[in-house]
Design a protein around this ligand. Structure first.
Ligand code: GMT
Length: 382
């Protein structure tokens, strides 16, 4: 029998929230939910064909009178249309702005009494939330949602602090599918990238926004490379890309830093890596940490946001203060120079993901929430 009908509103582009929303939709479809993605383009990780997953494209009206075509209005209109036509039970909005706001608007337009669950991913709170002009709107999105979740305890606390809201917020961590087939260790790839077999590989993956502090990844690597023969793989693209390239030039690291741009197959790149660096100044969770740890790659991250909810210092990686480049470099050198230490952390990294962040165990929490929202007798959401 088909389960509930869920509409998922998300950014489909490369980014953790899009990955989480897409993986959630695929898993729900496997549990016999009917899943309707409402977005501008097909979610990028939706690679398989599911008979109970539908995609509804938001087309943005582009009339000459609009200097800025109103994407948000088109989205709200599309959500309302899909809710009524497909008889949805729930809209799961990823991001308060604009997705929760548009869902609330759509609920008012639609004929059905749908429930709205909003998942906060970080940028909506830690970046947009501190902008006075958006604060009221984000607070409204949070308070008018039927249920709100945050991807870490840290993000939940920040949301309460910034918005002074009494809204109940449930923490549901991000997750990863460990059943996905992972490529065998591709020795040829190291060779193809010009990395000698005996050299260590550091990796950083992000959207190169300022908050990711890729500059500090370069600073740390510049020290590491003086002590350990190594290369740094930089995966991703974004606003800071040009500055990062110039910095690599200035430090004469061109032969050791490999810019790969956006890549689909990051698992293969992780497989040839020895350590992952995530030195962000804002990070509500850090989904890339799970991707690395699932491959047994120890991670070194900053003691920021939700990162300490994923990395346990000294157990499956290391936590360092933001900007403490010396310590970051020192810990990395230590880890790369001590084989048995590396093996211990690598094993713990994989085990940690298996124990706490597998799709099945985490998505159950979303399913419970859906049930509580639509069947008030089951839980507290009325
Ligand atoms: O990190 C980004 O810039 C992208 C952003 C997104 O929309 O995917 O990431 C946020 O959501 C991810 C999924 O929940 C989290 O893993 C990231 O930590 C979070 N980014 C920030 O908080 C900066």
């Amino acid at each position: 029998m088909m389960n509930k009908k869920i509409g998922i509103v998300c950014y489909p582009t490369v980014g953790g929230s899009g990955v989480v929303a897409t993986e959630l939709g695929m898993y729900l479809a496997e549990q016999q939910y009917e899943v309707h993605f409402i977005s501008t383009t097909m979610p990028f990780r939706l690679k398989r064909l599911y008979p109970n997953i539908y995609f509804h494209e938001v087309e943005v009206a582009n009339y000459p009178v609009f200097k800025h075509p109103p994407y948000d209005l088109s989205l709200a209109n599309k959500i309302a249309e899909v809710v009524d036509r497909e008889e949805l039970d729930i809209i799961h909005a990823h991001y308060a702005i604009p997705h929760a706001i548009c869902s609330i608007f759509a609920k008012q337009m639609s004929k059905r009494d749908i429930k709205i669950i909003t998942t906060l991913h970080g940028t909506d709170i830690t970046v947009l939330g501190i902008d006075d002009s958006l604060q009221n709107m984000i607070r409204f999105a949070i308070e008018e949602s039927d249920a709100v979740t945050a991807v870490s305890e840290s993000l939940k606390q920040q949301t309460i602090d910034v918005f002074k809201t009494n809204k109940q917020i449930e923490v549901i961590h991000n997750f990863i599918d460990l059943t996905e087939r992972v490529p065998e260790n591709d020795e040829g790839l190291k060779n193809m990238l010009g990395i000698p077999e005996d050299e260590k590989v550091l990796i950083h993956i992000s959207n190169f926004r300022k908050v990711k502090r890729v500059d500090q990844v370069i600073d740390a690597f510049s020290i590491v490379s003086e002590h350990v023969p190594s290369k740094l793989l930089l995966v991703g693209d974004g606003p800071e890309y040009g500055k990062v390239r110039s910095k690599v030039d200035e430090l004469n690291l061109n032969d050791q830093v490999i810019f790969l741009g956006r890549q689909d197959n990051i698992q293969a790149l992780l497989k040839i890596s020895d350590v992952k660096l995530l030195l962000s100044e804002k990070e509500s969770f850090g989904l890339v940490l799970l991707e690395a740890m699932s491959q047994g790659i120890p991670c070194i991250g900053t003691k920021i946001g939700g990162i300490p909810e994923v990395i346990e210092d000294g157990y499956n990686g290391y936590l360092c203060e933001l900007g403490d480049i010396e310590t970051i470099a020192h810990k990395t050198i230590n880890l790369l120079s001590d084989r048995s230490l590396w093996h211990k952390l690598s094993t713990h990294a994989r085990q940690h993901v298996e124990q706490h962040f597998q799709t099945e165990q985490v998505v159950k929490q979303y399913e419970q929430l859906y049930q509580q929202m639509t069947e008030p007798s089951v839980g507290q959401y009325k």
